[in-house]
Ligand binder design. Sequence first.
Ligand code: DGY
Length: 323
Amino acid sequence: MPSFLFTAPLPGPAEEMLREVGEVEIAHGYGPEELKEVAASGRYDVLITQLSDQITADVLDGAKIKGVANFGVGYNNIDVDSATANGIFVGNTPDVLSDASANTAMLLLLAAARRAHEGERLVRSGQFQGMTPELLLGADITGTRLGIAGLGRIGKAMARRALGFGMEVVFVQRPPHDREVSDDELGDLAGKVEQVSWDELLETSDHISLHVPLTPDTKHLIGADELVRMKSTAILVNTARGPVVDEQALVTALRNGTIEAAGLDVFENEPDLADGLAELPNTFLLPHIGSAERSTRARMGEMCAENALAMARGGVPPYPVNR
Ligand code: DGY
């Protein structure tokens, strides 16, 4: 009988699906030592993990598991090369969360631009004294240029939303080193979005939204040098991964008015924030809930279960990261 370990309870039918075919245990708050121990124990065929689980080479070398089913499209928490070297499959949950994640990016852009958090606090504190012409003036959206860094599935979903809001969209597909994207790859976006250089994107975009995976190339893609090249009225949105932005450099830039505001769903050292970030009025902050729409999260759980089941049976997962 196959056996599965969830490192946290998942929304949706995942647990039930796997209980029908095997043994299921749910762990809570396992650290690296516990993960290493359960992986090596031989008690489980598949670990069902999440972003906060660090599945390092140390966990994977000598692990007696067939697979790791990661809850999320991103898998930077897993050393995939080590998994492959150890004959362990890794699966993820692509596509299904693209719309929900882009919805969050748009929410962050609008909220940071229109100072939604400041307005909300004003109303709740009882200090709202009626509409006045200059109350909480914010940044323009319609008619401005959005720079999308990373035009994958989520970046494309963000581009569609931005076009719907009357924005002009430019993109770099894989910053900082790009390759030309054909109209075929752009699909419905062909002729509606323009590929530009990374320099041009930084310098000419009114606002920038990040949609790149975290890799050695994209770590600190936005640092002090990039921030000074952005417009002083720009809003930076990050729903990708925290370390894509040098968070301390961002705090300095936001404090000095180098850029106008930021909307962030991810942080460099989650759940901790860089010194001073939480105190800045020009940030709209969410707790990594990019894909947290009910049906999206339920489907992600289901995909994890589908991956886990296939791997427990010795096969390739339907949503594979390695083979
Ligand atoms: C993802 O799917 O990668 C989300 O950020 C959750 O980890």
